[in-house]
Every structure is written in structure tokens, then in C-alpha cells.
Design a protein around this ligand. Sequence first.
Ligand code: NDP
Length: 327
Amino acid sequence: TEKPLKVAVTGAAGQIGYSLLFRLASGALTGDRPVELRLLEIEPALKTLEGVVMELDDCAFPGLAGIEIGSEAETIFDGVNLALLVGARPRGPGMERGDLLEANGAIFTAQGKALNSVAADDVRIGVTGNPANTNALIALKNAPDIPAERFSALTRLDHNRAISQLAAKTGAPVTDITKMTIWGNHSATQYPDLFRAEVGGRNAAEVVGDQEWLENTFIPTVAKRGAAIIEARGSSSAASAASATIDAARDWLYGSAAGDWVSMAVVSDGSYGVPEGLVSSFPVTTRDGDWTIVEGLEIDDFSRGRIDASTAELADERDAVTQLGLI
Ligand code: NDP
């Protein structure tokens, strides 16, 4: 049998963790290849995490090769092939944006350094915890020996939400929808792009034929879906975030579908006018743990404005964490 994939999950006792760990252990990421889970939590959450581990034990998952838990990043990240950075400091009452960036900066500088010194040579790092793009930027800047291409931030949930909304609007099954792109930041400024997406091989914006819906319903529905779920469910969209975290990691490690692409926030090489070095969402194809930005797409003026607005926000966040001395 194959050696287990060593997967670290941070914030493992949280809401997303509660869904993510069971999916990982049941083979949703690796299929028949076993996984070893290495779970990081802050000290006060370790007891809760022990309870989650009891439940994982009780599932008797045949593909779960081992579990280690702890609060020391250097111990938990030792030899990991994949690190899913889910744990982040939520915005508390009265907290300013700068406070949030600073609190998370402390977490992601430490985790970047720990990954740099102890992760496996082939490590891939996916950041789910918010502000995800800037947290990924902080981690990669603090891990100088790990190629920057090994870091990404999650925009796959936004991507999946956009597919679902377009499927509902057009009556097409989700499997007919291809070439969806989320551009920019995983935030309210994100740009879900229908001008390059396809429904059954036809241009999605043309199939919809309704710019008013696209601008005033589709884009805000996708961007504000998290808030709508909190409103309806009384708690956040943790299961779908976990599912998207797995989708993103699976495509990264095992490859995206032929004739299609996925959205991932990755370090910009300047493509599509996105300032070099920002961690911004692009259309990418993936293969064997590497991603490639889809090149040569024509960008219309409407999309240009939306992409620029979101990347300007990312540049502001980068300036803020630079001023805080985090990168
Ligand atoms: P969740 O598990 O619900 O969320 C974790 C992070 O994912 C948050 O930053 C959240 O951002 C983000 N996120 C991204 N997409 C989504 C989405 N669609 N829906 C909801 N969240 C999303 O948070 P919990 O508070 O339940 O758990 C966090 C855990 O992390 C806690 O157990 C805490 O102890 C731990 N933690 C661990 C750290 C470590 O390992 N060093 C450091 C800090 C915390 P947003 O806040 O914007 O919703």
C-alpha cells in the first residue's frame, strides 16, 4: 500500500474542522491512499479537539493511518505533505481591520516559519482562514525556503457558489458549467466572472443575456452568500467551506478536469494586470501539485474594472501588513 499522505489541519476543533476532518479521513481527498492527520489547535481548544478525535476513532475509517494533535506548529507540521490552514482569529467586537490583520499576522508568521523548517519537501499549503489571501501572503513571505507557488488561498467556495447560482438561473446541471472564474480577493470585492464561463459549451453571459441580473443579482448573491447562510442557519457556512477546501486540494494534487479550469488565489506573476506578488484569485489549471494561470483570455471593460477594484483592496492589505512589519 501507498505511504499515507500527511495532512495538517489548523483550527481543527473549529466548525470547518468538524466537517473537514471526517471528509479527509473517509478518503474524499486521497481516495484509496491513506491519510495521517496532524491537527493543530490553540491550547484552550485541545480538550474539544480530543473529543473530535474520539469521534474520528469511532468511525473506524479504514484509510485513517494515524492522528496526532497538539499546539506546537513545529511538532504538528513535521513532515507534512499538505497543510490546510483553517484556524484564524475571527473579528471580535470593536476590532478594527488593522487589529484583525495584526492578530492573524502573528498566527501566519509563526506558521509560515514552522512550515519552512519542518514540512516535507513536497509540501502544498492551502489557506482557508480569513483574511485568506493576505494570510497566505504573510505565510509565504515567512517561509523563504518554500517556493511561493506552493501557497494558495481558498476561493473555491466562491467558485462553487457561482456555479450553483448559474446552474439555478439557466436550469443546466452543475456538470454543464465550465470555465468559471473568481478573480481577486476572497471578500466582498471578489469578481465572479460569467463572461468567460460556459453553459453546455456556450458563453454563459450570452446564455443568461441579462446584464442587470449579472450585476445586481448574481455578483452580490455570490459575494454575500456567507452572510445569507449565517442569517438562515444561525451559524456560518462551515460544511460548504470544508467541502471547497477538499475540492481545491484534490484538484491541486490530482489535477483539474480536461477542458476546464478552477479558481485559486495564487501569487501573481503580473498576469491580467494583477500586481506581481499579490495572492489573488485567477483561473488556473492544475496538474501533479502545480498550477498554471490560464493565459490569453480577453478581458472586457466591465470585468477590468471589477478585477482592478478587488486587486486594489489586496494591495491595500499588503501595504497594511508591510507597515506592521509582518512581511
Ligand atoms: P470556523 O472553523 O468556522 O472558520 C475558520 C476560519 O475559516 C475563519 O477564519 C473563517 O473566516 C474562515 N472561513 C473561510 N471561509 C468560510 C466560510 N465559508 N464559512 C465560515 N468560515 C469560513 O471557525 P471556528 O471559530 O469554529 O474555529 C476556528 C478554530 O481555529 C478554533 O477552534 C480556534 O481555536 C482555532 N484557531 C487555531 C489557531 C491555530 O491553530 N494556531 C489560531 C487561531 C484560531 P471568518 O472569520 O471570516 O468567517
